[in-house]
Design a protein around this ligand. Structure first.
Ligand SMILES: CC(C)(COP(=O)(O)OP(=O)(O)OC[C@H]1O[C@@H](n2cnc3c(N)ncnc32)[C@H](O)[C@@H]1OP(=O)(O)O)[C@@H](O)C(=O)NCCC(=O)NCCS
Length: 145
């Protein structure tokens, strides 16, 4: 792994929507308020993106994506770790997410599957929970405090 840089990225950044869209991840609500996105890159260019949504102690970990050519080099795990560190510094106590494709990836990073009904209202009211993610997606939560 070369020297990587983790930096905030605007929701309006074309590359963010393009990479998410190519991975079939939701892009409809990228520009809505209360979201923060981060980009991981190196000398060779963009590697991947990740986002946090919400304002309280419970936030949604979303828009997790690594460019196809850069997968399986540990960058996905690095993105998750950086987002967790950022969230922790911001006073977040729990991170929540939905995944249809990579449940084992999150299990091995300390996220535990839970019933959707057990999620707090601030999470169930997000667009991803309410409408953008399929009902078949598994809900995961992690205590990060
Ligand atoms: C999910 C995603 C972000 C993971 O990104 P990634 O950079 O490939 O992730 P990592 O390399 O950190 O880890 C992936 C796996 O590869 C393994 N791996 C990491 N580096 C490796 C290497 N050099 N050689 C072989 N395997 C390696 C890891 O052990 C990990 O396995 P584990 O989850 O069982 O521990 C990426 O696959 C992706 O963008 N997928 C499409 C979008 C998507 O599905 N996003 C999630 C929506 S819920």
């Amino acid at each position: 792994m070369s020297c990587v840089i983790f930096a905030p990225v605007a929701a309006s950044e074309d590359m963010l929507a393009q990479v998410l869209s190519a991975a079939r991840l939701p892009t409809d609500d990228l520009g809505d308020p209360g979201r923060a996105f981060f980009a991981l890159s190196d000398d060779a260019g963009p590697i991947g993106f990740i986002g946090l949504e919400g304002t309280g102690a419970d936030r949604l970990l979303r828009s997790r994506v690594v460019l196809p050519a850069r997968k399986r080099w540990g960058y996905g795990g690095l993105l998750v770790a950086h987002a967790e560190a950022h969230a922790r510094q911001d006073g977040v106590e729990r991170l929540h997410l939905l995944t249809q494709t990579v449940p084992d990836f999150f299990r091995s990073r300390g996220y535990r599957p839970a019933e959707r009904a057990s999620a707090p209202a601030s999470i169930t009211s997000t667009a991803q929970f309410a409408s953008l993610c399929p009902a078949s997606a598994t809900y995961f939560v992690k205590d990060i405090a």
